[in-house]
Design a protein around this ligand. Structure first.
Ligand code: S3P
Length: 179
């Protein structure tokens, strides 16, 4: 499949860069967190409160499997999507997986500035920089094993990052049998 999929920690700019990529490619853009909230009819914080993390992760797994059935699109995923091995395999099969990353300090500053932070997973906003460092440490190898390429988002504009990803995506498509 030929989807363009974005993974990475919260604050790495997946949604902003994803929207730019979709515009350049003339494709639909989907944010998986938005899809989960739309299907549940409530915010992610409310899902965590009612169903706990297992309930959210099951909804996230289902939303991913549904989203990748549609024709080639640009899909931005939640920071914890890589925790489930089934999701990691589904992402790799679905197309080109770009990992957006930055230092924990930069990610934490971006999370503080993001108005959406309050409506997302509570225990990923209360632990401060130390929690970002710890969770990044747990997830880094999972992002790395899932992604086709890694993009450092520090000191680059969203347009610049999108352009780097587009170049890598085009190269990947040329190397793919169905590309
Ligand atoms: C999560 C990240 C969030 C959202 C949920 C859980 C995580 O997505 O899926 O709050 O575990 O890292 P973003 O990375 O889009 O903020």
């Amino acid at each position: 499949m030929q989807h363009l999929l974005l993974i990475g920690y919260r604050g790495s700019g997946k949604s902003t860069v994803g929207a730019i990529l979709a515009r350049h490619l003339g494709r639909s853009f989907f944010d998986l967190d938005d899809a989960v909230e739309a299907a549940a009819g409530c915010s992610i914080t409310e899902i965590f409160a009612r169903e706990g993390e297992p309930g959210f992760r099951e909804r996230e797994r289902h939303a991913l499997s549904e989203s990748i059935r549609i024709p080639a699109c640009v899909l931005s995923t939640g920071g914890g999507i890589v925790l489930n091995p089934e999701n990691r395999a589904a992402l790799q099969d679905a197309g080109f997986v770009a990992w957006l990353t930055a230092s924990p300090e930069v990610l934490w500053q971006r999370m503080l500035a993001d108005p959406l932070t309050a409506s997302r997973r509570p225990n990923l906003q209360n632990g401060g920089l130390e929690e970002v460092v710890a969770v990044m440490g747990q997830r880094e190898s999972l992002y790395a094993e899932t992604a086709h390429a890694r993009f450092d988002v520090m000191e680059k504009s969203p347009e610049h990052i999108a352009s780097d990803i587009l170049n890598a995506y085009e190269a990947w498509r040329k190397s793919e049998p169905e590309g």
